[in-house]
Design a protein around this ligand. Structure first.
Ligand code: ADP
Ligand code: ZN
Length: 217
């Protein structure tokens, strides 16, 4: 069973690997960031509440995020495995997930952490362009789409995310170190933690992750 958490700082390459993993292993992709962005685009009450928080780089309150994930993980398509991307991001979220896992019969069994040095993260985030339709990401220099401004996967129009500016990035990185980094020890204690170097390149990184996933499939 592949009940996976994908973690790492903003810009580590989670989204890119997530797309590869869900296609390669046929898993539902549960990205809290995508869920919030969809809610913002649709103008739902959740979106209205989350918009300003996300744009300045802060974390959406735990109660809201936990409720959203619990509802999503309980859906039928998650019964044969799932990929959580961007959740948990705090110790209370990890505790809540630990409690809900057995409750819904879907406990996490693998944690994949991708790390990259800070100076590389800022460079990646500054040049990042994303597809709002399918969530694919590109980089103006390092990972150009075939046609400028157009998504290779779905033809959507690429955008620069509002929280991908330097000011919000610094807030996101600080939040990562204070709130999310402690999850490393949390999951090491649980015996679920696997570290990957995000500097090896997208393809070798995916191959390394594949090796691990095949062992647990
Ligand atoms: P990143 O590129 O930083 O990994 P995401 O798309 O995963 O971005 O998330 C974008 C934003 O959505 C975060 O900066 C945060 O404001 C909010 N968010 C996403 N997941 C969570 C979470 N688990 N807890 C709180 N806030 C979250
Ligand atoms: Zn797309």
């Amino acid at each position: 069973m592949l009940n996976i958490i994908l973690m790492g700082p903003p810009g580590a390459g989670k989204g890119t690997q997530a797309k590869r993993i869900i296609d390669g292993f046929n898993l539902p992709h549960i990205s809290t960031g995508d869920m919030f962005r969809e809610a913002i685009a649709a103008g739902t009450p959740l979106g209205l509440e989350a918009k300003a928080i996300i744009e300045r780089g802060d974390l959406v309150p735990d109660e809201i995020t936990i409720g959203l994930v619990k509802e999503r993980l309980s859906k039928d398509d998650c019964k044969d495995g799932y990929l959580l991307d961007g959740f948990p991001r705090t110790i209370p979220q990890a505790e809540a997930l630990k409690a809900m896992g057995p409750e819904i019969g879907r406990p996490v069994n693998l944690v994949i952490d991708i790390t990259v040095p800070d100076e590389v993260l800022i460079e990646r985030i500054a040049g990042r362009r994303v597809c709002p339709k399918c969530g694919a990401s590109y980089h103006v220099k390092n990972m150009k789409p075939k046609a400028e401004g157009v998504c290779d996967r779905c033809g959507g129009e690429l955008v620069h995310r509002k929280d991908d500016n330097e000011e919000s990035f610094i807030v996101r990185l600080e939040n990562y170190y204070t709130s999310t980094q402690p999850l490393v020890d949390f999951y090491k204690k649980e015996g679920l933690y696997h570290h990957f170097d995000g500097m090896v390149g997208y393809e070798p990184l995916y191959e390394a992750i594949c090796e691990l996933l095949k062992e647990h499939r």
